[in-house]
Design a protein around this ligand. Structure first.
Ligand SMILES: Nc1ncnc2c1ncn2[C@@H]1O[C@H](COP(=O)(O)OP(=O)(O)OP(=O)(O)O)[C@@H](O)[C@H]1O
Ligand SMILES: [Mg+2]
Length: 410
């Protein structure tokens, strides 16, 4: 993993010249200055020549790197997907169609994402995706196997995630499929938060993911999550800058209010989006659902008054859980979500604090507590819900719960 000048701000008004490296990596690029020159050059070139330069550079980076990003020919990928046959189609998003494929030469099952040339997203996202995913590697980030840029084609090849997206299991659940249980939900939240933690705290400068949502959290055969879609990712502020200014992009319903209003982007914008997804995980409701009554269409707006009344917490749990969740775990999870969803970005927790809290919530002992019918109350350890003192039931239960908490920490 080497240093990389920031070419990821291309037409976004960022203009950041800082280097990209990984704090925990001791390896430094031997050709950083070459890369810097190349990146500077890029802004003067057309998209296609830019791409050729980047492709050549990625190949150089890839040499001697076990995680090398491979270049595929269109023919190879057509063979892998039976000529992009409908039966191989697994999904479709703003970038284009996604097919399941098989690469014979490496005996590898892959997901092949083909840019729809009439689509909204394009070349820039393709480049950012290839660059970002060539540089960042973590068990909770999807692995880019390679890409194809033959002629007009823009195709991304990823490791195949057999269980599809969190959206498929949480929000678009087929009636014959079993709903995710509580503990799996907490583990998915924890893993996804760890992916963000890596981007915010290990990558240097931090990477702001910008498109944290259920459809971008993919699941492996053990329901371990990996973040996908780095096309909108952005290098965070460096030096004494507190934010980067950029066009507002991302997905409606998940965007932090300050980012949506002013375009000011910080890692705390991702923390807000995490809060929205975590709330989806807890409630089984979509961030935006136009099929619901007007006052329930926006998940966060619906949840805000409920966060303030502990007696209403159980109303927020996904009915598909059928009451099978630890009450205390539910309270703590809602407290975390509510902290992440603070209007004021500076009062939101760091993603590393969220990971710590979720490690506790996803620990197996929560499973043992099971059964949603027990009505004892509790306080979160790292996070306090913002309703203290408003709810007499809470006050009645608190000494019992403080005891419970002590018990669990032994
Ligand atoms: N690596 C992968 N392995 C398995 N399935 C995948 C993979 N990548 C994407 N998919 C499937 O394809 C679907 C579409 O993904 P895609 O990222 O193109 O769009 P999206 O996330 O739904 O929307 P958007 O374009 O707004 O990100 C996903 O929901 C998922 O089911
Ligand atoms: Mg996606």
């Amino acid at each position: 993993m080497g240093c990389f000048s920031c070419c990821l701000t291309a037409d976004d008004g960022g203009g950041d010249e800082s280097r990209f490296s990984l704090k925990k990596s001791s390896k430094k690029s031997h050709n950083a200055s070459t890369l810097e020159a190349i990146v500077k050059n890029m802004s003067l070139k057309s998209d296609s020549s830019r791409h050729r330069i980047i492709a050549a550079e990625l190949q150089k980076i890839g040499n001697g790197n076990a995680n090398a990003t491979k270049t595929f020919t269109f023919k190879e990928l057509a063979n892998a997907t039976k000529n992009f046959k409908t039966e191989c189609l697994v999904g479709e998003g703003g970038f284009g169609r996604v097919y399941k494929g098989f690469i014979k030469s490496t005996n590898q099952v892959v997901a092949v994402k083909q840019l729809d040339r009439n689509g909204l997203q394009g070349n820039r996202e393709f480049l950012v995706e290839v660059l970002m995913l060539s540089l960042v590697h973590h068990p909770n980030l999807v692995n880019l196997v390679g890409y194809c840029a033959d002629g007009d084609q823009r195709i991304l090849v990823y490791e195949y995630m057999p269980l599809g997206s969190l959206e498929d299991h949480l929000l678009d659940l087929h009636p014959t499929k079993k709903a995710l249980d509580w503990n799996t939900r907490m583990k998915i939240a924890q893993g996804a938060a760890k992916g963000l933690e890596y981007l915010h705290d290990v990558a240097n400068p931090p990477v702001i993911y910008r498109d944290f949502k259920a459809s971008n959290i993919l699941l492996d055969e053990n329901f371990s999550p990996k973040l996908s879609d780095f096309g909108l990712a952005k290098l965070g502020p460096t030096g004494d800058k507190s934010h980067v200014s950029t066009r507002v992009m991302g997905t409606y319903g998940y965007c932090a209010p300050e980012y949506a209003l002013t375009g000011q982007l910080t890692t705390k914008s991702d923390v807000y989006s995490f809060g929205v997804v975590f709330l989806e995980i807890i409630t089984g409701r979509r961030a935006i659902d136009n099929s619901r009554p007007a006052n329930e269409q926006n998940l966060v707006t619906w949840a805000q008054p409920l966060f303030k009344d502990r007696r209403k917490f159980t109303l927020m749990a996904d009915p598909l859980l059928e009451g099978n969740y630890p009450i205390k775990g539910l309270y703590q999870a809602l407290a975390i979500a509510s902290m992440c969803l603070q209007e004021e970005s500076t009062t939101r927790p760091l993603i590393s604090d969220v990971v710590t809290a979720l490690e506790y919530l996803a620990a197996p002992k929560q499973e043992e507590e099971g059964g949603g019918s027990s009505h004892h109350t509790s306080k979160s350890h790292s996070f306090q819900s913002n309703n203290d003192g408003e709810d007499s039931e809470d006050d009645n239960g608190s000494s019992q719960n403080d005891e419970d908490d002590k018990e669990e920490h032994k």
